[in-house]
Every structure is written in C-alpha cells, then in structure tokens.
Design a protein around this ligand. Structure first.
Ligand SMILES: CC(C)(COP(=O)(O)OP(=O)(O)OC[C@H]1O[C@@H](n2cnc3c(N)ncnc32)[C@H](O)[C@@H]1OP(=O)(O)O)[C@@H](O)C(=O)NCCC(=O)NCCS
Length: 183
C-alpha cells in the first residue's frame, strides 16, 4: 500500500487495489469521475450508467487479483470523511496488460478537491508497481489533445508523447495523443 503524508492544504491518503466485492463502489466512483470530468474520458456517463451492476461486480472481481487488469483506489486516511465502513475514495486508475510486456493506463481520475496532493501520481505509480510484477517494460496511455492539464501531469510523471507509431495513429482520429514511459 502506498501512502502520502499530509502537507499544507493536502489530503492524507492511501492507494490500494480494489477488492473483489467492490463492484458497486467501482460503479459509483466511475460515475463520479465521468460526472466531474466528462471531457477527459472516452466513455459517456450514459454508457457507464447503462451497464448493469453485475458487469461492475465482474469487473471488480477480475481487477482485484492477477496480472490481466487492476483497478486502484485512493482513499482518504482522515476518518472524518468516511461513509459507513468505507473511507472516502478520492481517486481511481486502471491498468490493463497488453501482452507481452506493456501496460495500458486508463481512467485516471482524482476528485477535484483532492487534486494537487500527489494522489494522481501515486495512482499511476501503483499501476506501474503492479505492472512490474509481471514484467512490464512500458506504460502506455491515450489522453485527449485538449486535456492540457492531464498531458502536463503525465509529462511531470516522466511520460513522453509518441510522435509516430501505431498507438499515435490509433489515437489520432479521436484527437488523442499516445504517451508512454519506460519501466
Ligand atoms: C490529471 C489528474 C489525474 C492529476 O491528479 P493530481 O492528483 O492533481 O496530480 P498530482 O498532485 O499527483 O500531480 C503530480 C504532478 O503533476 C503536476 N500536475 C498535476 N496536474 C497538473 C495540471 N493540471 N497542470 C500542470 N501540472 C499538473 C503536479 O504539479 C505534480 O508535479 P510535481 O510532482 O512535479 O510537483 C487530475 O487533475 C484529474 O483527475 N483530472 C481530471 C481527469 C483527467 O483528466 N484524467 C486523465 C485522463 S487521460
């Protein structure tokens, strides 16, 4: 588990892999991300809402273990924001294996109030740590060209923009740039 110390105006948080029974939580967080940052993602909130709960349950189960895919949650450590037994979640990220040795990074999102505290960085590093366990050599992602903040964020994390190649070509019709970072 990764954790971040609180600083000035910062959020104390931890990052962990999703649990196999957290499908409904995954759905709620994904809908929150799509409501808050609809311009950042390829999926619409209507599409995400239309998926039934069984699908989210299956997704969480599949992402909770093994080396095919993994969702990570960032949760505040401060108990004051907890709901019921769950600490409040403030971020999400997903990694998916692309055989043989690349890891795609998807759906990176941090709640607006928690941004600027290192949560996004820790989420991406959690994906990277998981990917190293099965021998990944590279992280790869797409980001919309208009999402300048996210592009700058990934540049700060050491990603570089792909100027050519199949991933750049795949992104181009969607106005998305491909970025990668060696592991
Ligand atoms: C992009 C996003 C995940 C960043 O999360 P965050 O928790 O605020 O990022 P961090 O605090 O971990 O920042 C890590 C580094 O990136 C930099 N950074 C973060 N957001 C930035 C921005 N909008 N512009 C420029 N730099 C930025 C930080 O300054 C920090 O740099 P440093 O470590 O050198 O000081 C968050 O803004 C977000 O969820 N945006 C909406 C959804 C989105 O666009 N997702 C990406 C889809 S591809």
């Amino acid at each position: 588990m990764l954790s971040g110390p609180p600083g000035r105006d910062e959020v104390a948080f931890r990052v962990r892999r999703i649990g196999r029974h957290e499908g409904l939580r995954l759905k709620a967080l994904r809908l929150q991300a799509l409501a808050e940052a609809p311009e950042a993602f390829g999926e619409s909130i209507a599409e995400a809402e239309a998926r039934d709960e069984a699908e989210y349950m299956a997704r969480a189960r599949a992402a909770s273990d093994g080396d095919r895919r993994a969702w990570f949650l960032a949760e505040v450590v401060d108990g004051a924001r907890s709901t019921g037994d769950d600490p409040a979640a403030v971020g999400l990220a997903m990694g998916r294996r692309r055989p043989p040795d690349e890891c795609m990074v998807f759906s990176v999102w941090v709640e607006e109030a928690a941004r600027g505290s290192g949560v996004g960085r820790r989420l991406v590093e959690a994906v990277a740590d998981w990917a190293r366990t099965w021998g990944a050599r590279r992280l790869v992602l797409w980001v919309f060209r208009s999402n300048r903040g996210a592009i700058d964020f990934y540049l700060r994390l050491g990603f570089i923009v792909e100027l050519g190649g199949s991933d750049a070509e795949l992104g181009a019709p969607h106005d998305a740039v491909a970025m990668h970072r060696a592991l």
